[in-house]
Write a protein that binds this ligand. Structure first.
Ligand code: SF4
Length: 450
């Protein structure tokens, strides 16, 4: 039996959106490129909105420049102001790379940023790499902007070369802790990961002794160039339009491997098996022990999680991975929702074996009003998603397990580990303990029923 697909009332406006804006995704990607800056072509408010979300989750300084539209640019176009913004950013930050993403306004007036950048380069020849990314938010989400920026970087920098021990990793929008852990797993197979983007330091760094106008860290130009000669490109991304691994395959013959985000035993096994094949090595004892501990904890906690009804939401690739993980540990997803429009969530979850004969509702292009309306009829025990779902969890009177992005109402959002056996273990413990705490709260004797 197919999953019921919730039909959104298309005549109604989106309320309390389940996604963020497209240039936000592109801005996060450029935080993962060494010595780079981002300029948003459009109004200043967009840069403020985006900075608020990134800083709210990562608690690190995040500078995003703007071509700062006024009425003049809206009427006559923003070529002059974009040129000025590029000049200013080069003078103040001295970057090697500048990403230039369009806001809704620049897209609406039809500014040709490719043409503007060509003209700018012809006139000034600064030596700074200027990379345009079209990110209309009325057409796409933060994930579309993220994937478009990763694609643009590969398209711009990747070059053919001699194959060495490098593996290209396109992780999608994960936490800084996830990026560090994924790199650690790849290196345990004696392979060198080229992660695009890698904001594991820039968005989760230490204390500085001296001020840096651009945070240290990120994947540098030399490594981006090597993407054309990696032994394999591993992608956890489901976007078929901005498919960076597909680009490397088509242009340089790099084998492209598409895997689910490695959350849970099965999905992490797929990642580990792929690395085994590429490297010809067995997983090291740390990975083997992490896996064994995770399975042991599933046995310990299964009676607490079994059949607990769960609402899941987030971007399509991430939420489908969370759905797989939920089923693996015995939770019963009753609603799986995404604000994405371009990736078919229904297809991504089609092969999941649901624990109950009652299939979950799959909601695409969802907002929180849709999710709440549906969830009220489903009597859930838990909500799992980013901090934008806090109100949803309050309305439903059930706990929220914070995962994904943004986590703007807690500290440490950038340090939440979701991936690998280790990250799955942390997630599992948090889920089980939340269920136990809830049971304990309603107990007269101070203990749960477990
Ligand atoms: S106007 Fe568009 S680009 Fe600017 S913040 Fe809003 S959604 Fe994002």
């Amino acid at each position: 039996m197919n999953s019921p697909v919730y039909k959104k009332n298309k005549s109604s406006a989106t309320q309390n959106t389940c996604t963020l804006c497209a240039p936000l995704g592109a801005s996060v990607v450029f935080k993962g490129v060494e010595n780079s800056m981002m300029i948003l072509h459009g109004g200043q408010g967009c840069a403020t909105y985006i900075r608020r979300y990134i800083i709210g989750t990562c608690r690190e300084p995040v500078d995003i420049a703007s071509s700062s539209f006024s009425e003049t640019e809206v009427i006559f176009g923003g070529e002059f102001s974009l040129g000025k913004a590029i000049d200013n950013v080069i003078a103040q930050y001295h970057p090697e790379v500048i990403g230039i993403a369009t806001t809704c306004l620049a897209e609406t007036i039809g500014d040709d940023i490719n043409g503007i950048i060509k003209k700018y380069n012809a006139k000034k020849n600064t030596g700074v790499h200027l990379i345009p990314i079209s990110t209309p938010s009325y057409k796409g989400t933060h994930i579309d902007g993220f994937n478009a920026a990763v694609y643009a970087l590969c398209d711009f920098f990747a070059q053919p070369g001699t194959k060495e021990n490098n593996v290209g990793i396109f992780p999608g929008f994960l936490s800084a802790a996830d990026l560090r852990h994924i790199a650690e797993i790849v290196r345990s197979f004696k392979l060198e990961p080229i992660i695009v983007p890698d904001y594991s330091q820039t968005l989760d760094g230490g204390v500085w002794k001296t001020y840096h106008s651009i945070a240290p860290g990120g994947t540098g130009i030399a490594r981006l160039k090597l993407l054309g000669s990696v032994r394999s490109a591993i992608s956890f991304v489901t976007d078929q339009v901005n498919d960076a691994a597909g680009l490397l395959h088509a242009r340089f013959g790099v084998p492209a491997q598409y895997l689910p985000v490695p959350i849970g035993v099965k999905a992490t096994d797929s990642f580990v098996d792929t690395l085994k094949t590429i490297s010809g090595r067995e997983p090291d004892s740390v990975l083997v022990q992490d896996r064994a501990r995770l399975i042991d904890s599933y046995i310990d906690g299964h009676k607490m999680v079994y059949n607990k009804k769960t609402i899941l939401y987030g971007d399509a690739a991430f939420v489908s991975a969370m759905a797989r993980f939920s089923c693996e540990i015995g939770l019963c997803p009753v609603c799986i929702a995404t604000g994405d429009r371009s990736a078919s969530l229904k297809k991504l979850v089609a092969d999941i074996e649901w624990p109950s004969a009652q299939k979950p509702h799959i909601v695409e292009d969802a907002d929180f009003t849709d999710i709440l309306e549906l969830s009220r009829t489903l009597n859930p025990d838990l909500v799992i998603g980013n901090s934008k779902g806090y109100q949803l969890s309050c309305e439903l009177g059930v706990p929220l397990i914070r995962v994904g992005f943004p986590i703007a109402d807690r500290i440490g959002g950038e340090r939440i580990l979701h991936t690998g056996y280790k990250g799955s273990q942390e997630l599992y413990d948090r889920i089980v303990n939340t269920i136990i705490a809830r049971s304990q709260e309603s107990s007269d004797i101070g203990y749960g029923t477990y």
